[in-house]
Design a protein around this ligand. Sequence first.
Ligand SMILES: *Cc1c(COP(=O)(O)O)cnc(C)c1O
Length: 382
Amino acid sequence: MADLSPSSGVDAALAGGRLTIDLAALVRNWRKLDALSAPARAAAVVKADAYGIGASPVVQALYSAGCRTFFVALPHEGVEVRKVAPDARIFVLTGAFSEDRTGFEESRLIPLLCSLDQVRDWLGSRAQFSSFGIHVDTGMNRLGLNVAEALALASEINDLKQAGLCHLMSHLACADDPLHPLNAKQRKAFQGVRSVFSGVESSLCNSAGIFLAGDYLCDMTRPGIALYGGEAVNDTENPMEVVVTAETRIVQIRHAKASETVSYGATTTLSRDTTIAVCATGYADGFNRASGSGVSLRDAEPVVGHGFVAGTKVPILGRVTMDLTMFDATNAPLNTVHVGDYVELFGKNIALDDAARAAGTIGYEFLTSLGRRYHRRYSGMA
Ligand SMILES: *Cc1c(COP(=O)(O)O)cnc(C)c1O
């Protein structure tokens, strides 16, 4: 594999935390989603720096595994992907602003145009490389031509194909909730548009949509979060392998007495004499300030976040601060927890989505918020 640096980001000895990214698990996740998508093929959504874990190594690993279609949110992300995937197709989900054309051409990016104005604009500007896709909104009211606008293009489909139309897409609003009636409604609306755009490749499913299977799959799927090991579907066991492990380093171990308080606001009062592991990761590293307070998401019971060290789940004590988080290490076996040791924030022992839930959010937000202060290790590619 070309130029895959085994580590990046901050030097390990100088960083407060480290991320270990298992590229072999990523590849197995992609292969699994690709198989589940059959007869469609799975592309890979690598927007937001591949959900915070590093677009270049992710794209290189998936490209080596045979993935040839990538989706990014913004043109500048596509420029980065092009550097490591010379002959892949790179789709840009937010379409094209009118002044964007040169960048699109230089990096051969394919915009997913999301309004009739954007389509007219794109067709009106003369250029050599002009492949484009059309994004149709079937019920989310985010991006896309509405269904009536898309159907009204029926008489122009052949001209559009000649002008470079190569993809038709829509996006599900509720795929994470398989029983939600909007799923079937969107599928039907999209099938109607697909029949007018016959012969044009189409995609509808994000990660969760792949598990809806059947007619939802179309010709191509667009998994993101499931590639990276996150939960796609609510209230079911996550079938994906862990890709990202985040760990924080113990800076100090202190012994506090029952009835003392911990962290800003003195919101936590110790009920027993407590061994506190003070660790060098905080909300500036995306380890959400609410992780220690157990904010509830939907109707879930509030749960305080935990770390994992020396075979023991260790609860967060008090508020997470900008650079530091305190864990209750009292239950760890004697003499097993030391300054300099790493405490897992999420990974194989603490599920990403459990850590996110404890902070009142979702795995997507946890991953994309990781930030620049971690040492990063990429493992698992031969
Ligand atoms: C982000 C995104 C995806 C990927 O979604 P996941 O839920 O992460 O699989 C697919 N399609 C569109 C349009 C997106 O914005």
